[in-house]
Design a protein around this ligand. Structure first.
Ligand code: ZN
Length: 285
């Protein structure tokens, strides 16, 4: 069997080191352009360097935050190959693109950079599930999931483990609940009074490097995340306006704000979630 020696980095931004002010992750602000993108780029570089030190051959990056243009390419290491934004975390570029990447790019492991907790987490930093304005809750087999488990589930479907994650302390806890043995690098902690305790940037970079190096070397010991089949998916929205215009994929049943479906295959179930959400963006619910 061909050994899979490449690393796929999937980057979000809310959980990135040094980001306590939301302007730093907001693509229309100067703070994002000048400083926020640099911070994310440094985290990605640290992860890439760690994997290379552990013998990775190629590094791929899927930018999965808003516009998908969140790196400062002047500083991004040349060994990092950028994929189409959102191509691994959503079906935005078709399901065939998702399959192509996970099946044909010899990816041995996934690392999540800059992640945040799921919507229901009231103490985490910037908690939401894909879209805080629209989405109230997503569950798989009656367990609430956020972006971490949904993405790791896609990699897991293709038998690829998610080996490390950086983000705020609650995002790390969430990842550890779903993935035994995942390495977590906490970049910050939201305090009870709303302030954010940021960790030293250099420490974050060094820990990302070391964690990715160790976990990539031991990637075969971390189990890919899979869900029991047949899967039960539930997707609950926050708002009602225009909901009657929502086009639902075959097999999805809606009662008020709640949609439900069942599938024997994780990827098919996940694809339905994204088809519904993409449709929602167009009808401005
Ligand atoms: Zn994001």
């Amino acid at each position: 069997m061909k050994s899979k020696n490449n690393l796929l980095i999937i980057a979000d931004m809310e959980g990135t080191m040094g980001i306590a002010d939301m302007r730093l992750q907001n693509g229309s602000s100067e703070e994002w352009e000048v400083y926020g993108r640099k911070l994310l780029t440094k985290e990605i570089n640290s992860a890439a360097a760690g994997a290379i030190a552990a013998g990775a051959k190629k590094i791929y990056l899927c930018d999965a935050h808003n516009s998908g243009k969140n790196t400062d390419d002047k500083y991004l290491m040349h060994i990092v190959n950028k994929l189409l934004p959102h191509s691994c975390n959503s079906n935005m570029h078709t399901l065939d693109t998702v399959k192509d990447i996970y099946q044909n790019y010899d990816i041995g492991a996934v690392v999540l950079i800059g992640f945040h907790p799921m919507e229901s987490n009231k103490i985490g930093f910037a908690s939401h599930t894909v879209d805080g304005g629209k989405n109230k809750k997503v569950t798989i087999n009656s367990t609430e999931v956020g972006e971490i488990a949904m993405i790791a589930g896609v990699a897991g479907y293709f038998n690829i483990p998610t080996i490390a994650i950086s983000g705020d302390t609650e995002a790390i806890k969430e990842a550890k609940k779903f993935i035994k043995g995942i390495h977590g690098i906490a970049t910050k902690e939201k305090l009870k009074d709303g302030r954010v305790a940021l960790r030293n940037l250099g420490e974050c970079e060094m820990e990302i490097f070391k964690s990715v190096k160790t976990s990539f070397s031991n990637r075969k010991k971390i189990k890919p995340l899979t869900f029991q089949t047949p899967l039960q998916f539930e997707y609950i929205l926050k708002k009602t306006k225009n909901i009657s215009k929502l086009k639902l994929p075959k097999g999805v049943k809606r009662t008020g704000l709640k949609m439900k479906w069942s599938d024997s295959d994780y990827l098919a179930a996940w694809d339905k979630f994204w088809s519904i959400y993409m449709n929602l963006m167009f009808i401005d619910i």
